[in-house]
Design a protein around this ligand. Structure first.
Ligand code: AMP
Ligand code: MG
Length: 336
């Protein structure tokens, strides 16, 4: 008899399902989980075999470290050596979309951190993921639940489309509320926090809490990043649709009138009434508000990618606040 490839089961967040998924996680199995940023592929962060399975399922290079999720900041000392700056940021922003890079402890397997002596940690806000973390009773490593390099998933269906044949269980917590991955800050030197990845918590918000400026990675660090050494999520090409993407500061009504029908236009906001608006014109948020733009970005890129357009012309967001995170993901989607 021909072997059939099983497809992942989608679970709703009923109490019984959570208990059984937590038991599976403790036994070293993987579960895709909802978070407020994007869906994650979770495994016991203290179990090297479970973490190896995460890398395998995603096709993720071993040099790209995982983020470790905790139920509470009280567990920080288990996996890392927190400093006063980390505790202040934890008080200000956790549970929430902020990841801190700190020196790791010995219990964290080196596969999680790709051999580094630092670990990335976060306390997430999504209520179902929080209940699962509490029931599992162990920190959970969870990178985005997509095949490596493709657009991050913001719904359970996105996870099933990408990894449904590689994993068995997906917990459905509805569409992700934020829609782009967490902000990552390197806090190993608390006097010089470095922004490794922009997200919903902005560098300005972090600087206000720490009362020191937040640095951008040095040019030399950027070069290391190109080789995937510092923060591989910063690889130039990432979050990429198969369709080529061209970026524009602004897409005018005139450009839409002259547009080819086989190319898609991804606008920040709805065009004014009367402006040309064919079936190849899409917008991220009717009013162009950034939270809506970020929330819909990955889902819309996926939809356009599935439509077989020859090219996606995407309009950049204003370069401030959440707009920086949106533009960061758009630039990586456009990199070849
Ligand atoms: P993902 O969860 O798929 O968004 O990927 C996690 C990202 O966190 C990685 O690609 C890195 O950019 C970053 N990261 C995880 N651990 C570390 C670490 N120890 N040092 C620096 N960056 C890290
Ligand atoms: Mg990812």
């Amino acid at each position: 008899m021909a072997a059939t490839t099983p497809t992942a089961r989608i679970h709703r967040g009923k109490a019984g399902a959570l208990v059984s998924l937590a038991r599976r996680l403790r036994a070293g199995e993987l579960v895709a989980v909802p978070t407020e940023t994007v869906y994650g592929l979770a495994g016991d962060a203290l179990n090297a075999v479970a973490c190896a399975a995460i890398f395998r399922a995603k096709g993720r290079p071993a040099a790209d470290p995982l983020i470790v999720h905790l139920h509470s900041a009280r567990q920080l000392g288990l996996v890392c050596v927190p400093n006063a700056a980390a505790l202040r940021l934890a008080r200000a922003f956790w549970p929430g979309p902020l990841t801190l890079v700190l020196p790791k402890t010995a219990v964290v397997p080196s596969i999680v951190t790709a051999g580094r002596n630092s670990v990335a940690v976060r306390v997430p806000r999504h209520p179902l993921f929080r209940r699962l973390l509490r029931l599992a009773g162990t920190p959970l490593a969870a990178p985005s639940a997509n095949p490596f390099g493709y657009i991050s998933p913001t719904t359970a269906e996105h996870v099933r489309a990408g990894l449904g044949k590689k994993i068995s269980h997906i917990l459905d917590g509805g569409p992700a509320a934020i829609g782009v991955e967490s902000t990552i800050v390197d806090l190993r030197d608390p006097r010089r926090p470095v922004l490794l990845r922009p997200g919903a918590i902005t560098a300005a918000q972090i600087a206000r809490v720490l009362r020191v400026p937040v640095a951008e990675p040095r040019a030399s660090a950027e070069k290391e990043n190109q080789r995937g050494l510092l923060a591989p999520g910063r690889l130039a090409r990432h979050y990429s649709p198969r369709t080529p993407v061209t970026l524009h500061r602004k897409i005018s009504a005139g450009a839409l009138c002259a547009a080819r029908a086989d190319e898609a236009f991804l606008l920040q906001r709805r065009p004014r009434p009367g402006a040309a608006s064919g079936s190849n014109v899409f917008w991220l948020d009717a009013q162009g508000r950034l939270p809506g733009v970020a929330r819909r970005l990955f889902a819309l890129l996926r939809r356009l990618d599935a439509r077989g357009f020859a090219r996606i012309h995407a309009e950049l967001a204003p370069e401030l606040g959440l707009g920086r995170a949106v533009n960061d993901r758009l630039r990586r989607a456009a990199a070849r």
